[in-house]
Design a protein around this ligand. Structure first.
Ligand code: LLP
Length: 418
């Protein structure tokens, strides 16, 4: 079920700290990370799979690329799934060795491919054209291929990636010839990868994916190429609602590994969870600026809009929200919770039953760690917000709140207009 929190004297306690104290010290909106929870989540995935196969957990850093978060995972021994040269550089800066990083791009420019190849990270190729470019740029490079498994899963259409016809990967029918071609071109194919989508809550699609991958591993083996690893991508969902069922990670691990062990010679599995590792380790704190009685409903106005957390506006994603200043008090009213962005689509939650919210209350948005800060923007010229790390009851700033003048820094007003 969804992670929930304790209360003390009517205030929410997050990782040993009163959320009002955090809001007072660092201001709002701010994302607050529970360090121990990040570590536990990483260990849960690693331990679930390593009982069955040699396992590498590559954190999908697109979910949150804060350097302090990356450093915590580097200490845990994690690897990285990176999607851009920017993510690769950020992870190298955080201390990850190039061998620990796998780059999986889509529609990669030649320029970016060159820069990535120079860093020495493992490149997971997404297309025949990308393969041909890399063979010229870096002869002999070890590679893997992302294949399109024809199996999709996710919390919504916008995040399903593995279905037939998707923009990602090599279609099943062309996989064997592509591996052979890679060899002819002088590359060294050592692995195979697929990613079905994000936020799926069922084991079944992962098993189907493993079956497709197993069949391909065998076909590739029959063609004379032995692979060292299989990478099943990310996509492990987490519950966003109270009492929502949670996918059983141990069941997933045992069934998926079983497919590979029974049907293939591959004994090393790589996973790329982003959401599972960081989602419930983070809350977004946002202050109530106004309570408004509109004709047909009541609004709790807050200082975080879709510039800070875009998931509700973009995917209609549900994020549980509580009043951290009146935590555990009887819920008596129904509200929409909306931010300061000048669009009707700017909301964090619809139709939520809460205590009588007052201006100044610290509202807490749950499960805000995955694709929260990393998808935030400067829309309406609002500065990117702060990030805070909590460990053993102490809070530290891990990202300063941006200042408005930082948004002017890269802009140029031509002389003739001055
Ligand atoms: N591996 C690959 C190749 C991916 O494309 C992704 C996510 C992951 C791993 C990690 O997936 P996860 O374990 O986090 O589900 N912005 C959306 C999610 C987009 C996911 C994109 N790819 C959201 O807020 O729900």
């Amino acid at each position: 079920t969804m992670r929930d929190f304790d209360s003390k004297d009517g205030k929410m306690i997050f990782a040993g700290m009163n959320v009002e104290d955090i809001a007072k010290e660092f201001g709002t909106p701010c994302y607050v990370v529970d360090e121990q929870r990040v570590r536990e989540n990483y260990r849960n995935v690693y331990n679930a799979f390593s009982r069955y196969m040699e396992t590498e957990v590559h954190y999908a850093c697109k979910a949150n690329t804060n350097l302090a978060v990356l450093r915590i995972l580097q200490q845990e021994g994690a690897g990285i799934d990176a999607v851009s040269i920017g993510e690769v550089r950020t992870c190298l800066k955080a201390g990850f060795a190039p061998e620990k990083i796998m780059y999986t791009g889509v529609f990669v420019s030649e320029e970016e491919l060159k820069e990535v190849a120079e860093t020495g990270v493992l490149i997971n190729l997404d297309s025949v054209s990308e393969m041909e470019k890399l063979a010229r740029i870096k002869p002999g490079a070890p590679v893997s291929f992302r294949i399109t498994p024809g199996v999709g899963s996710g919390h919504g259409d916008k995040v399903i990636t593995g279905n037939k016809g998707a923009k990602f990967g090599i279609p099943k029918e062309h996989v064997v010839e592509t591996y052979l071609r890679a060899q002819d071109l002088g590359l060294n194919p050592i692995g195979i990868h697929a990613h079905i989508g994000s936020g799926g809550q069922h084991v079944e699609p992962f098993i189907e994916e493993a079956e497709v991958l197993s069949e391909l591993i065998n076909q590739i083996g029959e063609a004379g190429i032995q692979l060292q690893f299989v990478d099943i991508g990310g996509g492990i969902g987490v519950p966003y609602r109270p009492n929502e069922d949670e996918m059983d990670l141990n069941e997933m691990a045992s069934e998926v590994c079983d497919v590979f062990e029974q049907n293939t010679d591959v004994r090393k599995i790589i996973l790329e969870p982003g959401r599972y590792i960081i989602c419930d380790a983070v809350v977004l704190l946002t202050t109530c600026t106004d309570v408004k009685d509109a004709d047909t409903k009541k609004y709790v106005g807050v200082d975080a809009g879709f510039n800070t957390l875009i998931r509700p506006a973009m995917y209609d994603s549900y994020h549980y929200i509580q009043d951290g200043s009146k935590f555990g008090k009887a819920c008596t009213s129904r509200y929409d919770i909306a931010g300061p962005i000048c669009e009707t689509g700017d909301y964090l939650g619809h139709d939520r039953v809460l205590p009588d919210v007052e201006e100044g209350d610290v509202m807490v948005v749950y499960n805000a760690g995955a694709y929260g800060f990393s998808m935030s923007s400067n829309y309406n010229s609002r500065p990117l917000c702060a990030e805070v790390l909590v460990n053993e009851g102490k809070a530290e700033l891990i990202r300063e709140r941006e200042q408005v003048d930082e948004q002017w820094r890269h802009q140029i007003v031509p002389k003739r207009l001055q």
